[in-house]
Structure formats: C-alpha cells, structure tokens
Design a protein around this ligand. Structure first.
Ligand SMILES: *Cc1c(COP(=O)(O)O)cnc(C)c1O
Length: 399
C-alpha cells in the first residue's frame, strides 16, 4: 500500500509517521522486536489465507507475534517436538495446558514435590472446575497404581525436583502412564533441553518457565509448552482465547538469551559439580543434594539421563538448622538471596520460607526438607569466587 501522491497535511503525515516499510536490501542481524498489535492486509483473500493458515502471516497480537513464533520454533526444535506455544509466564503456559486438556470430572496425578506455583493452580484453581488431583511420591512402589482412577488423564512431573534434586525416572514413569492411557507432562525448567529432552524419554508434553534459564539474567517473564502438533494446537487455542500470550518483548529477550544457553548450562553444571563436592567436605554441612555426586542415591539413573551434566541447582542442609541458615544467608556477599533461579550469577534461596512456605513442618520433613536447607542456583562466575563467598559465609558455623 502506498500513500497518495498529492500533498498531505501535517496532521496526516504525523499520524502515518514511521509506518512505511523500511526500504532495505539488507536484513537486520539481530532479531527485531515486533511491537505491533495489528497487521495490515492487502486484500480479503489475503486475510482469509492468514486466518486459514494457508498464507504465512500475523494478524493480532493476542494470537502471538513473530517474537513468540521465533521462541516457539527454537524450543520445539531443541525439545525435539512437532510444535510449541509461548505464553506470558511459566504459570500461563501450564494453566493453558491444564485448561486445554482437562474437563470437569477429570483426574490428575502429580508429583508431590512439584513447584509451588503449579501446586497452587492444582489445589486452589482447578478443583473449582471439577478437576481432581492426587499427589504421589512417584518413587514409592505402586504409587501410580494406587492413585489411578477411571478418569485419570494427566501425570505431572519435573525432571529434577525442588529443592532436594530427586531425579525423576522419566522412562519408567512414562511407560507406566502410557500403559494406563495417561498423558505425561514434564516441567523442564531446572534442566533445560541442553541437558535433557523429556519427549525422548517418553513424555507427551514438556514445559518451561522461560523466566529462569532461557533469559538467564532475571529479566524475562515467560513460558513455553512443547509437544505433538495436535496437543499444542489445543493448548494454543486456550492461550489465545484466555488472552495469556503476553507481549512481544519477553519472548524477544528469551530468544536472545537462548543463544548462550548451551554454554551457560555447561559452565553452571561444571561449577555446581565443584561446589557440591566442596560443600560435602564442610563440617557445618550435614548433607548435599546434587545428582552429580557419587553420594546421590540415584547416581546411576542420573548418569543415564544426564550424560552432559546435572545443571546448576543444588541444595544442602546446615547442621545448625534454621538459625544457621539465616546467619549463612545474611553473611553471603557475592551470592544474592533471591526467590528465583537460573541467573548467570549464583543465587541462594531458603525453601522453607520461600517455595515451600505454606507446606506444614511434617510434610516438609517427609520431603526431606529440614529447617537448615539452603538451595543454590549456581551461576557462570569463576568457581573460586563462588567457593570463597560460601567459605566466608560458612565460617563461624562450626560443625
Ligand atoms: C519459576 C518456575 C515456574 C513458573 O514460572 P513463572 O514464569 O514464574 O510463571 C514453573 N516451574 C518451575 C520449576 C519454576 O522454577
């Protein structure tokens, strides 16, 4: 479309400012941000083609932008999935998955160690729509069989659990779930597709908080779900209908963050391995949870599922309990006390007061979360500096 040849009044020229396509034979190297709510059509035929999906094109922001699409393509490719859909946050992605795939009367089985936000959607929101949920320890023999109901639809798992880093046996659980006709949906936020691709181990859907490792610098809020084309189209409909795709800026940032994901996961896995081994030697530390350690109860499974490293997340229990944990967190200088993870810098969290704040003490104990448990998200700094900060913060704790 071209503007008319005759002279236009200033008000008209201003209103149309910057809207002409940029004449350029060259393409930008960095992905542009597509901050346009609507797209212009040449004709009704073109509009029909875009609506039908036979002509590539975009029409309205709520349906997703080229920035959403780039992130979706990248994640689908990394996860080995046919398709993916991006949403405004990890919880938006999960909520669209649950609402898109479940109906009133359906039943969900979930690992009892799921992320607190997922747990809250399952317990505070879905029951009002007639969806029932059972929580299990999937390592307990017969746990799935006992929880099974005629209308069980979905098994919800995480690759490594928070905060005690239990390794989920995806191949075994997916086989058992499929034998019963359930779908398996795995949260891969902690490990990312650089370390594990749950679909290759039998999962049907894999989802991410792009808010963590994808952006990698605590500047992105976003989520992505990947799986078969049929399942993702169902989830995408929900994202569009509920209006929870979010803006273009966050997927734009997440896509750029992903450029360095492989390097960051390699480095934080190496650093975490060193930190975990060092922490195990400290008298003030009672226990270290990291699947890369020989002392981890599932070391053989971890070696099989995580040949390229076990990621940057670890936790440890201070002998001095809550008082020791509080003092340790206060003494940290390089490492920030942060209720998140996946940053390029090392951060610390205190699960009993953060992610597991609303879990009663006996349930915490059953999950292996004592009052002295501190979680670390190991970053990509020089490991000597991480160790030095931990050392000075542990000094004075004694044994
Ligand atoms: C942060 C997180 C989520 C939720 O992501 P948001 O983007 O905060 O909604 C889900 N799962 C895990 C494991 C997380 O750490």
């Amino acid at each position: 479309m071209e503007l008319p040849d005759r002279p236009l009044a200033p008000a008209t020229r201003l209103a149309h400012a910057g809207r002409a396509a940029t004449p350029s034979a060259t393409q930008p190297v960095a992905p542009p941000l597509y901050q346009s709510v609507v797209y212009r059509f040449d004709s009704l035929e073109q509009l029909d083609g875009v609506y039908a999906g036979t002509t590539p094109g975009y029409f309205y922001y709520r349906y997703g932008t080229p920035n959403h699409h780039q992130l979706e393509q990248l994640v689908a490719d990394l996860e080995g999935a046919e398709a993916a859909v991006a949403a405004a946050s990890g919880m938006a992605a999960f909520s669209a998955t649950a609402l898109g795939l479940l109906a009133s009367g359906d039943h969900v089985i979930a690992d009892r160690s799921l992320y607190g936000g997922t747990y809250t959607v399952l317990t505070a929101e879905l029951p009002r729509f007639g969806v029932e949920v059972s929580f299990v320890d999937p390592d307990e023999p017969g746990a799935l069989a006992r929880a099974a109901r005629p209308r069980t639809r979905l098994l919800l798992l995480e690759t490594l659990t928070n905060p005690t880093l239990r390794v989920t046996d995806l191949p075994r659980l997916a086989t058992e779930a499929h034998a019963r006709g359930w779908l398996v949906c795995v949260d891969n936020t902690f490990t990312t597709p650089c370390l594990i691709r749950p679909l290759a181990h039998g999962a049907d859907l894999v989802w991410h908080a792009a808010s963590k490792y994808f952006g990698g610098q605590s500047q992105v809020l976003g989520g992505v779900v990947a799986g078969s084309r049929a399942l993702i189209e169902r989830v995408r409909s929900c994202v569009i209908h509920l209006g929870i795709a979010g803006g273009a800026f966050d997927p734009w940032l997440a896509t750029q963050g992903l450029a360095t994901l492989a390097l960051r996961m390699e480095r934080c896995s190496q650093n975490a391995q060193r930190v975990a081994a060092w922490l195990e030697q400290q008298p003030a530390v009672a226990r270290v949870h990291y699947p890369g350690l020989a002392s981890h109860p599932q070391r053989a499974l971890a070696e099989r599922l995580y040949p390229d490293g076990c990621g940057g997340m670890l936790s440890f229990e201070l002998r001095g309990g809550q008082a020791a944990a509080i003092a340790f967190l206060r003494r940290l200088r390089l490492i920030a006390f942060v209720p998140s993870l996946g940053d390029v810098t090392t951060t610390a969290a205190y699960p009993p007061a953060m992610s597991h704040r609303n879990v009663p003490p006996d349930a915490l104990a059953a999950m292996g979360i004592g009052p002295g448990l501190v979680r670390l998200s190991i970053g990509i700094e020089a490991v000597e500096d991480i160790l030095a900060d931990l050392e000075q913060a542990l000094a004075g704790e004694g044994a």
